[in-house]
Design a protein around this ligand. Sequence first.
Ligand code: BG6
Length: 470
Amino acid sequence: HKRQEGLNVNDFLWGGATASYQCEGGWQEGGRVESMWDVYLHENHLENGDVASDHYHRFREDIRMMKEGGQNSYRFSLAWPRIIKNREGEVNQEGVDFYNRLIDACLEYGITPMVTIFHWDLPQYLEEKGGWLNRDTCVAYTHYAKVCFERFGDRVKLWATFNEPRYYTNSGYLIGNYPPGHQDIQETVTASYYMMLASAMAVEAFRTGGYDGQIGIVHSFSPVYTTDTSVESAIARRFADNFYNNWILDTAAIGEIPGDLLGELKKTCDLSMMTPEDLAVIRRNRVDYLGLNYYARVMVKPYESGETTLIVNNQGKKAKGTSQTIIKGWFEQVRPESSRYTEWDTEIFPEGLYEGIQQVWNKYHLPIYITENGIGLYEDTSVNQVEDDDRIEFMDMHIAAVLKAKEGGCDVRGYYAWSPFDLYSWKNGTEKRYGLVAIDYENGLERRPKKSYYWYKDVIETDGKHITGK
Ligand code: BG6
């Protein structure tokens, strides 16, 4: 295999991030078995990722464009259903070969791969046995992670065990808008716990295997704000911070699930799956770095009334303004009137990234990568070049926040745009576009760089000199 040359490991990583299911397509090729997403989307007749961006066939072209766009790193995920064939854990060599080609292409172009082991596409054969509600999945995951370290660890030095366990378990087990589509607090707690246990088990395998590099976790980071400085608001903030962030970050970085969170959960949930032996595994296997995906902050106020309500806007402008979060007894989300929002109800608040990085750095003192940041927009991609000034403005403000935190002494080591090219945005479909490169889904999936692609290239080449922060 080719080795990477000419890249100083101390370089700040500027890249783009994707996830296997969202971009690869080729769902029945190369011996890939079904994932829980294939089954869920097919059965419910929803827009799916069968073809997606066809990255499975066009990854060379995509990576070449990253290189030509000045990027020096690519964050992508491995599809478990391509690599492990069945519950017995047999390796699919064709899947391994595919990722070998992809990783080699990165190295050929001087692009540092940052590899996520699990970004939501659980093999259906495991989902059928309870998926993340079953501890056996932690064992299967650890086997899969070891196969990845063994096969790719000679060239991959930056690993993430999971992408956004909080978002995954919330969506799949609490809100119910993502597979397996349940709405159950106990299941949410169980699945979240098992994912964090699996993450620690993979970290342990990485360390005992003596692999070279760093292993971290990627979190959907929502720094919590309150409307005032009352004691009641401070309590609501703690509840929300446990709900959104601490459950993942404390567990991964300190090796401890917050005690006050466990105390609250114990009132209504069965926590007997948290055995002393497994809690010890969590405690002794902390991550090397934290990956933060930042889209927006969350502002909360004390809980007043109503049932637990979680409404996510997966319909864009058709449902603008309908999002809502109430966690009964804990907190209610507030949507500041004066803020700007995307068509999918995401607040635009770059200050939250600056303050959030500081909070995370001060609390954990671990290296930080901004593993995702971007804006979903409706775009007409039939034109020669999409003039995505809104994306440029968004990225400018957020990169300014990252650089300011870095200059202020926080150890931030990279920034990844979500996403280097258009891809399938889960339940939001392909009409919610995030890419720096447009994909013309109607015309043979042709790739055409947007204005932001050239803008990002200039940012990287000038080390952010032209960033305005406005
Ligand atoms: C993150 C995920 O939650 O945000 C990605 O890691 C996802 O997989 C991205 O696509 C943007 O969210 P959405 O819902 O707009 O696709």
